[in-house]
Design a protein around this ligand. Sequence first.
Ligand code: B12
Ligand code: SF4
Length: 562
Amino acid sequence: METQTGTDKTRSSNSDKHPKGTQARILLSSVFGPYAQDDEFGSRSINPMELYHNQVTRAQGSFSLRMFHRSWGIMMIQANISAPCTVLDFPNRDDFARELTAHQYDVVGISSIITNVGKVREMCRMIRELSPHSVIVVGGHVAAIPGIETMINADHIVRGEGISWMRRYLGENEGAPIRHPAIVSGMRTRIMGIRLPERKGATAATIIPSVGCPMGCNFCTTSAFFGGKGKFVNFFETGDELFEVMSRMEDELKVHSFFVMDENFLLHRERAMRLLERMKEAGKSWTLSVFASANAIRKYTMQELVELGVSWLWMGLESPRAGYSKLQGTDTRELTRELREHGIRVQGSTIIGLEHHTPDNILAEIEHAVSHDTDFHQFMLYTPVPGTPLYQQIADEGRLLPGVDYADIHGQFKFNFKHAAISRDDSKRFLDWAFWRDFELNGPSLYRISRTLLAGWKRYKDSPDARVRERFAREMGRLSGIYSSALWAMERQFRKVDGKVSAQIRALRQEFKQESGVWSRMLPAVLGPVLLWTTRREERRLARGKTYEPPTILERTHWVEA
Ligand code: B12
Ligand code: SF4
């Protein structure tokens, strides 16, 4: 691990240790729900605890991909300490209160991002009342708020990497190798009104090779939080280490597929290429979902990416005129097209409200963004977030808007700063327009990912590389009948949104038919009408205001009842 580690903003110095050391009982909790509602603690209906529905597919109605992700930061900390530890994920206030009083916790750690600071304040209050002897430790991005020490009643506020901080606090070896917990990447997945069955091995495992990103884009909070430009923290330095972890996950979780949670995985080429070597030696036909910047992707040939198993790529498109170094010299539309032709699903990410945007040019920029025809497209407002260079700059220029609640600073609502040409209310209009335009023009993401899968299958079904062949055959075999059925329903449901897209969906369905086996060819006749019915039922539910919440999860390690 590199040395950039968590620093403590409050009373103690870094040499402080808990007197009970590894005998201390630890509770680590995420902030409390429910989340998808408006309340005084900072929940917002526009800010649900869902990745896709929050910031990617939110305009796609019943076609929106709904799923939840665990709080990986506290899971990582739990797996790397030897003290008795409970992780409480997505509690409501009653769950949290019950856990505080049911056991004598020496340390209560809360993990939060900035938007949820109101919940952290309330949880600190509850701990002081219900478990007054507990030491309160707060970590995660919330720690970047200027003056946080005066906003919440905590004993330690930890900025940056938390595993090493917690190990140090408990008197453990902070430089010991990282133990990666077994993490199923998503849960309670829902689309077109049905919840997908959760079979062991069906969902990817999350792997977290590092935190932070050395590119240091001015708005980027993850980069800034772990040291900024040129800095990051590696949990697994080499391709060999990564291969070992992934092999262990493959055994434990019975997966072939990995969601690699690293802000810029492909930037570390040596590590990725060594991983590929090991995969080839061991004949591993793995599937990888990764985040990478355009300049990092360009370091690889398409063949290398395909051999590495990259099947889903999250790439920042931001804006062609923004001048970010990661985009220099790259035609992102061409790159996206090429990736998709090789069966790699692309999730683009575009910023709305950059400094050069005006009411006159922003619609053209949105058109440019949606013309990438990515499989998924995230749109986010340009947002100065505490802790970033952008925040400092906007603050110095006196352009931060006073009185904006932290709960509303998440990039999906309205500007939190004075923009030269776009008003606060218009920022939301343009953002909403971008989501809607992408959906209207390119259709449901589920259709787009089916199209990319089919392109990859056609290209690689006869690949001389058995690992590559196996990967596409696995996905096609498992999904072609399901995708065809979904396309059957989508085609009908989308007629009322856009006839042209509906016709495209139909054409794709015909292609699937040609490429599928007998069973998959027959399935749409049965499953298609069912999916159409569940889709329409879901539309009605959503219109009535239905929202989804993650389940509460409690996990104990090294636990002996007191
Ligand atoms: C997974 C994820 C989610 C999941 C949340 C799952 C959950 N259970 O909370 C989903 C998809 C639901 C989500 C939603 C949102 N997210 Co989010 N999310 C992430 C993502 C991609 C990964 C987080 C992660 O696990 N990282 C890996 C772990 C190991 O790192 P970590 O969490 O930072 O934890 C380390 C340290 O922070 C620290 N630490 C963390 N907790 C604690 C606790 C203690 C006690 C201690 C000592 C230390 C400590 O130690 C850990 C190990 O080093 C990050 C981006 C990223 N790359 O980190 C964004 C990120 C955290 N999300 C962000 C945002 C803004 C949001 C949203 C507001 C959506 C949006 N509009 O973008 C919503 C909020 C939803 C809500 N109502 O709360 C921002 C936070 C910005 C900020 N400065 O606060 C991030 C950084 C993305 C970004 N670059 O903008 N998110
Ligand atoms: S390349 Fe992406 S992850 Fe890295 S600093 Fe820029 S925005 Fe952040």
